[in-house]
Every structure is written in C-alpha cells, then in structure tokens.
Design a protein around this ligand. Structure first.
Ligand code: NAI
Ligand code: MG
Length: 489
C-alpha cells in the first residue's frame, strides 16, 4: 500500500513507488467463437478442431481447426491454382498488394498487438513496439523488391519456385508469418502457412487483412493445427518448405525432404553467447544482458542465454544484474508496465522447470528476484544461474525461457573457444569499448548474427540465420529472397 510520509510539515511524498495497474483494453479485439481454415480466399469448415487458450489465465479464447492431411492438400491445390497468374503479374502489381498489407497492419496494429499478447502471453509493450511494427516493416521492405528482382539477382533470370509450405513457431507469431510470407510473395510464389498450435489467432486475423487487401484468392492460405498438420504440409505437393522451430523437428523435416527435390530452409534453435569484456560500459551491458534473455520470456531462438563475463568484472556485473532483475515486473501481459509476461504453454513451462531443476542438481547457484506470480496461467520468474560449468545441461541445451547461465573467461581467445563450444550457432553479443576487438571477435564467433554493444536488434534489411544445428538458409534482406527463387547463373 502507498505510504505517505511528510517532508517537514509541507508536501506529502510517496516512499513506495509501486505502479498502478495499466491494462490495455481488450475491446479492440473481437474474437469469433470458432475459426475455419483459410483456403482459396474462403473459410473452410474444419472436420476437427481444438481450443486455443490465453496462457496468462488459461481462459479459452476460441475454437480453431486441426487441419487433416486432406484439408492441407486442398490448401496446397488452392495455392497451386493461384500460382501461375500471381507469378505472371508484373512485380510492381505484386508490390501494391504487399504495400497494402503493410499499411493495413499499421492501421490495425493495436488490434494485432492486443491479440498477440492475449494468445501468446508476451508483454503488450513488446507486441506493440516490436512484433507488429517489425511485421509491417517486413511487408514494406519486400514490397520494394518485388519489381526489382532482376537487379537483385543480375543475369540470373530469377523465377519463383511455385507453392511454398511454411511452418512457424509460437514465440513471434505474426512476425514469423511476415518473415515467411513477405519474401515468398514478392518473389512470385504462393503460400500455405501453418501457425503454431498455441498461437493461431493473429494468423487468423491476418486472413482478414488478406481479404481487405483484395489479394487474389489462393495466394495466401492458412491452415491451423499441430505437428500432424505440419507433417502433412511437408509431405504435400509443395515446392519448398520454410520451417522455424525446434532442431529435432527441423532434422526430421530435412530427412523427410532428402531426395524429393523440394527446397528447404530451416531456422532452428540457439544457445547464444553474450560476451562482456572488462572494458565494456557495464551499466549498458547489464541492460543488454536483461534484454538478451528476459525479452519475450526468453522464448527467443537468438536469446543471449549464456553470459560470458571477463573474470575481473564478473562480480560487479552479476551484482548489478541481480539488482536490475529485482525491478523487472512479471505479470499480466496486457499491462503496459509488464516486462516479463506468461510462459507460452504448459509444455514449455514444464521444459523450463525440468532444465532449471537439472541446473540446481548439477550444482549451479540459482537466483530469482522476489516476485509474486499469478495463481492461474503459466509463469516462471526471471532466473540467473552462477557457478555454471560448461558441461551442465543449462549451459548446453536450449531452455527457451527466462533463464540465464553465467560463465566466466580470462582472455579473448578463451571467450571465443567457450562461446563456440555449442552445437548451435545462431547469434552472439560482444560488449567492449574497443572497436578492433569487436571485429576480431566477430570474425571468430561461429554465429549467423553478432551484435556489438547491443542485443536482439532486428531489421528487415539484415539477413538472419544459423550455423551448425541452428539451421541453414537466411531470412531477411536480399539473402531472404534467394531461397524463394530459381535462376540460371
Ligand atoms: P516445434 O518444433 O515442435 O514446433 C514448431 C512448429 O513446427 C509448430 O508450428 C509445430 O506445430 C510444427 N511441427 C511440430 N512437429 C512437426 C512435424 N513433425 N512436422 C512439421 N511441423 C511440425 O517446437 P515446440 O515443440 O513448440 O518447442 C520445443 C522447443 O523447440 C522449444 O522449447 C525451443 O527450445 C525450440 N523452439 C525453437 C524455436 C525457434 O525460434 N528457433 C521456436 C519454437 C521452439
Ligand atoms: Mg514440438
């Protein structure tokens, strides 16, 4: 409760600065009770369905389709039928549709942001300021390339592949949709996209945008369902599969597609090293560490989940980090002051709990700031482990939650060796005042993206993708168009 104390006998001053609740209104979103599959521009009534929840309250939100193999095939046929006229359309005409989609996403951004937070559990300030603006930015960016493919790939006569099957995860639902759909359409392909089973609602709302933009029917098809629907899409009559998700499923898809002639790009997990040198601006680095691992509850493939701190400043950095963690506000995703929202699903919460238990058992020291977690829903407090050895599971495996493992190093060589000691290679962060050291590190880190004195920055013009078990192929930038094109070189 607010305590008032008196300064002299004049102005009462608050001593307790607790925020009042600042919930974003849900009224802007109108949910249907039941959603169909979006096939050929129409809503197809699904044979089977399931209920999608709010992970923050476990409240049922809507019933959505669990598409069968036969229903997936209908979507693929619709995409096939739409392909030739779409591919023949002048690039400048395709661009118009993409620009329209981008503008509609901007116009309806509040509605999308609220729905994203409601269905996925991420803080509204992230869906509002990161997910939705970036989703629109990807459509704007690729709209710009649609009529310039000849310049993008000179002397290659770039041609679209045909129908792209696209399977996306639940951590950035609308953003991953736009990473997949925008370049595919700009290049002249048509698509069948499957959102993740826990977060289908913004993809279904997106179908409304597709209709508003008057896109020719069949160019974008959305089928909801779990891994069985995804597997049916992989086996369908598609020309390419683009997948973002777990390494296990990525490997299974690669095996399944070997020898079929279908193209494939995989964006899989990560266990990124965020490396802090003793000369770094420590307070800024601490902000970067927090953003690196607690952004989106750590449900981020490129999360900075392994922190490497130079030994001379380790104590200072860990102290400051712990102090900063006590100010993180965990709770209602729709509250504008929330920093850490709900864990996306019960299954993901169980995975986090299992790995955290393993960390304790193996001997790491755990710290969690005091915070009261809501009773209903799926929650996990921001967590940091110190005294972590390289061999511990929490230093090796992707946790995909708000859990940081801290390790130390003495020399730059040792930092590189430890950072690269992982089966993954998606991203890394380097914190130092020395420009030459940034370049030296970036050359040696086996990671697709290396951030310097910042973390988790995304831009549609910049390619993103992994080394080793983090997958292959790039998304974003010019590199992100290439996997959607054939061309003689
Ligand atoms: P997942 O890989 O099972 O799911 C990702 C997508 O693939 C979903 O749309 C899912 O329905 C689909 N899928 C599942 N099985 C499939 C199959 N056999 N064929 C085709 N599609 C299939 O990931 P899950 O189970 O949700 O999460 C498990 C772990 O994976 C997480 O804890 C995290 O470590 C990692 N992960 C990494 C992501 C990334 O961005 N790189 C995203 C999601 C999860
Ligand atoms: Mg799975």
């Amino acid at each position: 409760m607010t305590e008032l104390s008196r300064r002299g006998n004049h102005v009462p001053a608050r001593t307790d600065w607790t925020y009042a609740p600042a919930p974003e209104s849900r009224d802007v979103v109108s949910l249907r009770e039941r959603y169909g599959l979006f096939v050929g521009g129409e809503w197809l009534d699904p044979g089977e369905s399931y209920v999608t929840l709010s992970p923050a309250t476990e409240e049922p939100l809507a019933e959505v389709g669990q598409a069968t193999a036969a229903e997936v095939e209908l979507a693929v046929s619709a995409a096939r039928e739409a392909f030739t006229p779409w591919a023949k359309l002048a690039g400048s005409e395709r661009a118009k549709y993409l620009f329209r989609i981008a503008r509609l996403l901007q116009e309806r951004s509040r509605e999308f942001a609220v729905l994203e937070s409601l269905n996925g559990g991420k803080p509204i300030k992230e869906s509002r300021d990161v997910d939705i603006p970036l989703a629109a930015a990807h459509f704007f960016y690729y709209a710009g390339w649609a009529d310039k493919l000849e310049y993008a790939f000179p002397n290659r006569q770039p041609r679209p592949l045909g129908v792209a099957g696209q399977i996306i995860p639940w951590n950035f639902p609308l953003l991953m949709l736009s990473w997949k759909i925008a370049p595919a359409l700009a290049a002249g392909n048509t698509v069948v996209l499957k959102p993740a089973e826990t977060t289908p609602l913004t993809a279904l709302l997106f179908c409304d945008v597709v209709r508003q933009a008057e896109l020719p029917p069949g160019v974008i098809n959305i089928v909801t369902g779990d891994g069985r629907t995804g597997a049916a899409l992989v086996d369908g009559e598609v020309d390419k599969i683009a997948f973002t998700g777990s390494t296990d499923v990525g490997k299974a898809i690669a095996r399944r597609l070997a020898g079929t002639g279908k193209k494939v790009t995989l964006e899989l997990g990560g266990k990124a090293a965020n490396i802090v040198f003793e000369d770094a601006a420590i307070d800024q680095a601490v902000e970067g560490i927090v953003n690196g691992i607690y952004f989106n509850q750590g449900h981020v493939c490129c999360a900075g989940s392994r922190l490497f701190v130079q030994e001379s400043v380790a104590e200072d950095v860990v102290d400051k980090l712990k102090r900063r963690m006590t100010t993180l506000r965990v709770g209602d995703p729709l509250d504008k002051n929330t920093d850490v929202g709900a864990i996306n699903s019960k299954a993901q919460l169980e995975k986090i709990e299992e790995l955290v238990a393993a960390g304790r058992e193996e001997g790491a020291e755990i710290y969690q700031p005091p915070c009261v977690l809501p009773e209903k829903g799926y929650w996990f407090a921001p967590t940091v482990f110190t005294n972590v050895a390289q061999s511990y599971r929490i230093a090796q495996e992707e946790i995909f939650g708000p859990v940081l493992s801290v390790l130390t190093f003495r020399t730059p060589e040792e930092a590189v060796e430890k950072a690269n000691n992982t089966p993954y290679g998606l991203s890394a962060g380097v914190w130092t005042e020395k420009g030459s050291r940034i370049l030296w590190m970036a050359e040696r880190l086996r990671a697709g993206v290396v951030w310097a004195n910042t973390y988790n920055r995304f831009d549609p013009t910049s390619p993103f993708g992994g080394y080793k078990e983090s997958g292959y192929g790039r998304e974003g930038g010019l590199h992100g168009l290439a996997p959607y094109l054939n061309g003689e070189s």
